[in-house]
Design a protein. Structure first.
Length: 493
């Protein structure tokens, strides 16, 4: 979904400027770089920056001051949070979002005529905006491959899209439905106590957003029936949950309450809030899962970037199941997007984990082919990132063939090896082996002096081993070595 399409063109460009500032280490960029990268005129640049300076003042307790100084744009201490806050401010001002809210969550509250008067919209303008909203929500990343007999109920699809919009923009910055604050808190507490759930702050945020959209849609009498894809199994706690809905959620007595509870459990399982839930998926979905898992396991068993001698069948099977399950949630229950808000750090992922990224791409290609998926470039990127995370979590780093061996030899500054190993793991991730012996297995020589007799491997010299600014050069060197090793393995295979 192109969330930016809710915003006006100028607001989108202002956000691009903020993103450029937030992504630079010094929070300084040249005006020429902005003008060239965004393909705007100097006049437009000045106009947008003036507007952005005013917009930033609207945010309460904002510490960031944007200034143009000597051909540069400066905003000290800016981070991604200000980008998200400004994005939400622009959303709330957007006529498209106002029409979206009326059409999908608030239509039962007021008449269209009243809405048009309050927002100074003509009938024709309303219809034009509504068509734009419908085009935004037409999520082509939602899969074309559906299990036979397992077609999704339209309301399930609608709620997924609505929840994704709110989660993407509000995302803990603000509560989109403050009038539901007390009701939502009671529900979360009830669910946690009844099912023994312990929620992290981000999980509570997701659950709150999910429940609020569910309440709003039920209040508008938008009901669903998903018994064809999921049915409840026996659980002594279910009557308590059912009774809670009937007593506290408007119009739940008119809804298919079993489907509404199945919908809740599908969400809890898809977001890994509950490890097991009292529902049974239909036979067709199970068959798709099994077929996908088998194909993914075959790719894992054949990959050249992992040491197959020590890559156990049990780990391969577990990894394939997790990858297949993630794909099934994307296909059947489009809450996949809630797991990732931003996928722009893919180049960094490929730099830090080149072998697993290459394997992840093969696995994504496999599920696309196996399930005949129609994925946009954005959704393919999101899926790849989630696949790589699963691979990082499941495959021991010492089995990945892009691991780097560093010979550490500090002459003037003695640094404990265990301490340095902990620092390396914290700052640079896994896949790094430290040694104090120079051999043919060593990929990088790290020292506080330069040794002229070492020619075949890169040297990184740290005059002060405990200085934190040293890490970036070592990180780049490690990334280069990993990429070179991966290319050699791929060529050999």
């Amino acid at each position: 979904m192109d969330y930016f399409a809710f915003l006006e063109k100028d607001e989108r460009t202002k956000l691009d400027i903020l993103a450029m500032l937030a992504e630079t280490d010094q929070q300084v960029i040249s005006t020429k770089q902005v003008i060239d990268q965004l393909s705007i005129t100097r006049y437009k640049f000045n106009q947008l920056v003036d507007g952005l300076i005013k917009d930033l003042k609207q945010i309460k307790q904002c510490q960031y001051k944007l200034i143009v100084k000597e051909g540069t744009l400066v905003c000290e201490h800016i981070d991604y949070s200000i980008y998200q806050q400004m994005q939400l401010c622009y959303l709330k001002e957007s006529p498209r979002f106002q029409v979206f809210e009326y059409q999908y969550v608030n239509q039962h509250h007021e008449s269209r005529q009243k809405f048009l008067m309050e927002h100074y919209l003509s009938q024709s303008k309303f219809y034009a905006l509504r068509n734009q909203v419908e085009n935004i929500l037409e999520n082509k990343a939602l899969m074309q491959a559906r299990p036979e007999g397992g077609n999704l109920h339209p309301e399930l699809v609608e709620r997924a899209k609505i929840t994704n919009v709110y989660y993407h923009f509000f995302n803990g910055i603000d509560d989109p439905f403050p009038e539901l604050e007390e009701q939502t808190s009671r529900f979360c507490n009830f669910l946690c106590m009844t099912f023994g759930i312990s929620l992290t702050p981000s999980e509570r945020l997701k659950l709150r957003m999910f429940f609020q959209v569910q309440v709003k849609r039920l209040a508008g009498k938008h009901f669903m029936n998903i018994r064809n894809i999921a049915t409840l199994t026996h659980d002594v706690r279910l009557p308590f949950l059912k009774n809670y809905y009937l007593k506290n959620v408007r119009h739940s007595d008119e809804a298919d309450i079993d489907s509404e509870m199945s919908y809740l459990f599908l969400f809890l399982r898809s977001q890994q809030i509950m490890a097991s839930v009292p529902i049974k998926l239909c036979k067709q979905i199970q068959q798709q899962f099994n077929r996908g898992s088998q194909q993914l396991e075959r790719v894992l068993a054949e990959t050249a970037v992992v040491d197959q001698k020590n890559f156990t069948v049990a780990v391969q099977h577990q990894t394939a199941n997790q990858l297949a399950e993630l794909t099934i949630w994307l296909m059947v229950f489009d809450y996949f997007e809630l797991t990732e808000i931003n996928s722009t750090d893919q180049p960094h992922m490929a730099m830090s984990f080149p072998a697993l990224t290459a394997l992840g791409k093969r696995l994504v290609d496999t599920v696309v082919k196996t399930f005949n998926l129609q994925l946009s470039a954005e959704m393919r990127s999101r899926l790849l990132k989630c696949f790589v995370k699963i691979l990082i979590n499941n495959i021991p780093s010492n089995l990945v063939k892009d691991s780097v061996t560093i010979c550490v030899d500090f002459v003037q500054s003695i640094v404990p090896m265990d301490y340095l190993a902990d620092l390396l793991t914290t700052n640079l991730g896994g896949g790094i082996v430290l040694t104090d012996q120079l051999s043919s297995d060593v990929d990088i020589f790290l020292s506080d002096i330069y040794v002229s007799s070492i020619h075949d491997i890169p040297q990184v010299t740290w005059l002060d081993p405990l200085k934190t600014s040293n890490w970036e050069k070592l990180r780049r060197t490690i990334a280069d070595v990993k990429q070179a090793k991966l290319e050699r393995f791929m060529a050999a295979s």
